[in-house]
Ligand binder design. Structure first.
Ligand SMILES: [Zn+2]
Length: 257
């Protein structure tokens, strides 16, 4: 038996290291063409890096498994949904050579967050992008809570990862009642990302023109005229319409019983 096989056999039994190739150092030696030994990144390094990026992206448990490929489109569905999926897939394919983010607009339950989260996940997994999922209402609440004198976090601590993310997903834009402070804050976030030329994915239940499904409320009413026009300079609009899938699924469940 060659002596070199013995230590690695021991290592396999060692429960404290998870990568037997590098002993969790992230580096392995590799023989170069000239016979010299060089040190290169172990395959596990990328895996653990992606895991860290996914963890810090803050994708909520409900959308943890949302993937583009799982966004099923059938011929009974509204044509806009198939179009939205293709736009999402193209975005991932062309990244980072994309000039505009995406603004998914449509009624609740058509799959806007599923598609946007699917893009975010693909970009993290395939391109190692620093991504961030931020729920609009939760984000505003966290910023407001940071003003409390007993708060352990500062406004900057909350905003920094949102402003710095290479790709931000701002979910459910406009869902909070638009006070002056809300309008100022959303304008600040969009302006900052616009001026630093970072890509932003947005979902919203508020269309540009009044619709029955939005109770005739528009984006301008919910986020202000300034933020709305900035948004259209940063993002390509992706309209989605159709029935609420969650209701359809609930009805299917009832029929199956
Ligand atoms: Zn390794």
């Amino acid at each position: 038996m060659p002596p070199s096989t013995k230590p690695s056999a021991h290592r396999d039994l060692d429960a404290t290291t998870s990568c037997p190739k590098c002993d969790d150092t992230g580096w392995v030696s590799s023989a170069a063409d000239d016979g010299a030994t060089t040190v290169v990144r172990c395959a596990c390094y990328r895996t653990s890096q992606i895991a860290r990026l996914l963890e810090s992206a803050g994708i909520p448990p409900r959308y943890q498994h949302a993937r583009l490929e799982d966004f099923a489109v059938t011929s009974q569905m509204d044509d806009t949904l198939g179009g939205a999926k293709v736009t999402a897939q193209n975005f991932v394919e062309k990244f980072p050579r994309v000039a505009y983010g995406l603004l998914f607009v449509g009624p609740a339950g058509v799959g806007k967050t599923h598609l946007a989260t699917g893009i975010l996940r693909e970009l993290i997994e395939q391109r190692g992008v620093v991504g961030r999922f931020a729920d609009y209402r939760d984000l505003l609440r966290a910023i407001q809570d940071s003003y409390n004198p007993v708060s352990q976090t500062s406004e900057l601590q909350i905003l920094r990862p949102v402003l710095d993310a290479e790709v931000l997903l701002l979910d459910e834009l406009g869902t909070r009642r638009p006070s002056n402070w809300v309008l100022d804050t959303v304008t600040h976030i969009l302006n900052d990302r616009y001026s630093t030329q970072k890509l932003t994915l947005i979902t919203t239940n508020y269309p540009d023109e009044p619709e029955a499904w939005s109770n005739n409320q528009t984006l301008t009413e919910r986020i202000g005229a300034y933020a709305r026009s900035r948004l259209f300079e940063m993002c390509q609009m992706v309209p989605m319409s159709g029935e609420d899938f969650r209701h359809q699924n609930a009805r299917a469940d009832l029929r199956a019983r």
